[in-house]
Design a protein around this ligand. Structure first.
Ligand SMILES: [Ca+2]
Length: 329
């Protein structure tokens, strides 16, 4: 019966939430020996595979260990190299820092140099300006120099003209002197003409007045003084000749008298009396001081020997004499 029962399948169902499932109800499946065997084989196979894998891993590790160690060594070396490089880099960094300080100092120096360059530029600009001004000055000097050369070329001609001018100047001076002399002569002639028009005669630098009215010797002298003159003196043969010829044989007092009855003859106009030179002008036998009263001299004869001593109280014509003094122009 149990077997029949087992041959009728029971149907079971279950509700899970809204799902409905059908399944046959049977007791839990008994373990199949073949299945156990299969499981055991599977485990063995897995162990083998694991063992193989482990061995493979060990082998691989053994095989890779040297390479790995080598790699580590290389890595170490590289790390040391890197460390060295890092050290170098830090050294470089400090150097860079130092250099940066140097760069800053250099920057300051560069700024100073730039400032100096600006100064130098301004100096150069000033120098250029100065050079331009100097060029302008040089051009002016050059043109001036050309003008000077031009003048230099004219110097010989100027010299000749100057020589001509100086010779002309000398001639002008001569002419001026001549003109002055002529002017003096004209003035002199004018003075003489004026005196002549007043009755005076001119002879060798003196004016002579031959009176028309007889006077005593003293009165005659007073008259002459009143006309800025003196009774005439006689100092040369030509003057003596001029006087006796003008007298024309008439008696004329001259300015010769004695200092007292026993005194020496003297000229009343203070001309020194030369007794020896005058001796030739006396009439022979004169002066005889007749009656011891003849102390004045007169022209008596129309000849070189014409003088006579006579009494001063006699009234004779008389001759006044005035030196010609050119008046100021
Ligand atoms: Ca006499």
């Amino acid at each position: 019966m149990k077997a029949a029962e087992s041959e009728v399948p029971d149907v079971h169902f279950s509700v899970d939430k809204q799902n409905i499932a059908l399944w046959p109800r049977e007791p839990p499946p008994k373990t199949d020996p073949s299945l156990v065997l299969r499981k055991s084989l599977t485990v063995r196979a897995a162990v083998i595979i694991l063992t193989l894998g482990l061995a493979t891993t060990i082998l691989l590790q053994a095989a890779l260990y040297p390479w790995f160690m080598r790699t580590i060594s290389e890595v170490k070396t590289n790390a040391q190299l890197l460390k060295g490089r890092v050290d170098n880099i830090s050294t470089l960094g400090s150097e860079i820092k130092r250099n940066r300080g140097g760069m800053e100092a250099t920057g300051i120096q560069v700024q100073k140099v730039n400032a100096s360059l600006d100064h130098v530029r301004s100096q150069i600009w000033k120098l250029e300006t100065g050079v331009k001004e100097a060029n302008a000055q040089i051009q002016m000097l050059t043109s001036s120099w050309e003008a000077v050369n031009h003048l230099n070329a004219q110097i010989p001609e100027l010299k000749r003209n100057l020589d001509k001018a100086s010779s002309l100047n000398a001639k002008v001076r001569e002419l001026q002197t001549s003109l002055e002399n002529i002017s003096k002569l004209l003035k002199q002639q004018n003075d003489i003409l004026q005196m002549v028009s007043q009755g005076w005669k001119y002879f060798k630098g003196n004016f002579y007045y031959f009176s028309k009215v007889p006077k005593t010797w003293y009165s005659a002298q007073q008259f002459c003084v009143s006309r800025n003159s003196q009774l005439t003196s006689v100092t040369s043969e030509s003057e003596q000749e001029f006087l006796y010829k003008m007298a024309g044989g008439l008696f004329y007092w001259i300015g010769l008298t004695k200092a007292g009855s026993e005194g020496d003859w003297y000229w009343v106009d203070d001309t020194p009396f030369n007794k020896v030179q005058s001796a030739r002008f006396w009439i022979p036998g004169e002066p005889n001081n007749a009656g011891n009263n003849e102390h004045c001299a007169n022209i008596k004869m129309s000849s070189l020997q014409s003088w006579n001593d006579a009494s001063c109280d006699n009234k004779f014509l008389f001759i006044c004499k005035r030196p010609y003094i050119p008046s100021e122009p």
